[in-house]
Write a protein that binds this ligand. Structure first.
Ligand SMILES: C[S@@+](CC[C@H](N)C(=O)[O-])C[C@H]1O[C@@H](n2cnc3c(N)ncnc32)[C@H](O)[C@@H]1O
Ligand code: SF4
Length: 399
């Protein structure tokens, strides 16, 4: 029987031994209607169809397996990512949320996000997701002009995307959408107009990603052959600076390198990753980080959907990696993730994890170069001019 999520969510009594840190659940739905030529996410097209119920049952099994390893936690956020989770039936989303509530306590203010493709068909399911317990959607709009959408291989038009945003607005107090910029031939002026239109349509949150050319994708081959020309480093930098400026002026400052929100409207689920807290990952190719008896484990499941399904059906979980992280590795991850955030990291927490302090000489050199700064409350953060060279800053501090 499918339990009613609104009832089960209100059962919030913390179970004995529950730890109070945020705890997130990531559910990966690996299917898409077509594969976009820039995308290297674990997403698959199955023209012959797939047995949705069987996948849902396997996800339920993985949730139970995770709860056995990490019981006594209170779930603060849940994220359905993909792939295209908005291909799922609302009853499947309901069954997964019920399974989460059966295995753990769930916080009364739990954030439940579902990634949706902005097609009219997907939008017809929004009411059902809301009833199932989803309270935030994240739409992959990608661009607000049809020529770009076509070049990106998207199945929707700009108008259809805006219509889906309007449906999201009707059903959800919280919604966000993604745009990809630094696209072929994109000028600063064009991006400025498009971004302002997006901000007018956004409520509280926008994710703005610079197009990256990922190895193994069709865009990679085209780019290598000179048939897909993307903005050079200087224009890319100018587009990034423009993005920061326009969003900050509109009250949507970056709280993470690619994520913008009104204060208090940040995606709490992604903050769990970036602040170095625990999360269970279920579904094909999902990653997790779980602390058991004071030691942090990195987990990863089998990526190929059918192989994952067979593993789960045979052994109750699809794990192919379960690695105990050393304190040094955990501390490096804290740097890598935490320095993406505008709030930066807490050097004392770094010391507690790593068993060593950050090298004061390296910090001081990076401060001298203007790449990092220390805040009044003692946090270390990357500056506006340091963000474009974030990888180098992290590598320097982690070494
Ligand atoms: C899991 S994906 C997509 C979710 C959903 N299936 C969709 O396409 O609407 C999350 C986001 O990553 C971004 N993304 C994916 N590949 C990218 C790339 N190569 N460069 C920049 N952004 C990318 C897109 O904005 C996308 O919405
Ligand atoms: S961008 Fe989204 S819809 Fe396109 S292939 Fe990737 S996950 Fe699927």
């Amino acid at each position: 029987m499918v339990l009613n999520m609104s009832l089960t969510i209100s059962n919030t009594a913390a179970r004995p031994g529950a730890v109070t840190d945020p705890f997130a659940i990531y559910v990966h739905w690996p299917f898409c209607l077509s594969k976009c030529p820039y995308c290297d996410f674990n997403s698959h097209v199955r023209h012959g169809g797939y047995d949705e119920e069987r996948y849902v049952r396997a996800i339920e099994a993985e949730l139970a397996a995770n709860a056995q390893r990490a019981p006594s936690r209170t779930v603060s956020t849940i994220f359905f990512g993909g792939g295209t989770p908005s291909l799922m039936q609302p009853s499947s989303v309901q069954a997964i949320l019920d399974a989460i509530a059966k295995n753990w306590s769930v916080a009364p203010d739990v954030e439940v996000t579902l990634e949706a493709n902005p097609t009219s068909v997907d939008a017809t399911r929004f009411q059902g997701y809301r009833t199932a317990g989803v309270n935030r959607v994240s739409l992959g709009v990608q661009a607000l002009n049809d020529a770009s959408l076509k070049e990106l291989g998207r199945l929707h038009t700009a108008q259809e995307a805006l219509d889906a945003v309007a449906v999201a607005r009707k059903h959800f107090a919280r919604y966000s959408f993604d745009l990809i910029y630094a696209r072929p031939r994109q000028t600063l002026d064009e991006w400025s107009v498009e971004l302002k239109l997006a901000i007018a349509e956004a409520a509280e949150h926008l994710s703005l990603y610079q197009l990256t050319i990922e190895p193994g994708t069709p865009f990679f081959g085209l780019h290598k052959a000179g048939k897909l020309v993307t903005p050079d480093e200087d224009l890319g930098r100018d587009l990034y600076d423009l993005t920061q400026q326009v969003c900050a002026d509109a009250g949507l400052p970056a709280y993470e390198i690619s994520n913008h929100a009104r204060v208090g409207a940040e995606c709490r689920h992604n903050l769990v990753y970036w602040r170095g807290h625990d999360y269970a990952g279920v579904g094909p190719g999902a990653h997790g980080r779980i602390t058991i008896d004071g030691r942090r484990y990195a987990t990863e499941t089998e990526k190929r959907p059918e192989a994952w399904l067979m593993r789960v059906e045979a052994s109750g979980h699809g794990l192919i990696v379960e690695e105990k992280l050393t304190p040094g590795e955990t501390a490096d991850e804290y740097l890598l993730m935490g320095l993406r955030l505008a709030e930066g990291i807490d050097p004392q927490r770094f010391t507690a994890i790593a068993g060593r302090t950050l090298d004061p000489k390296r910090v001081s050199i990076l401060q001298g170069e203007g790449a990092v700064e220390t805040t009044a409350d003692g946090r270390l953060r990357v500056t506006q001019s340091g963000f474009p060279v974030l990888d180098a800053v992290v590598a320097d501090l982690a070494a």
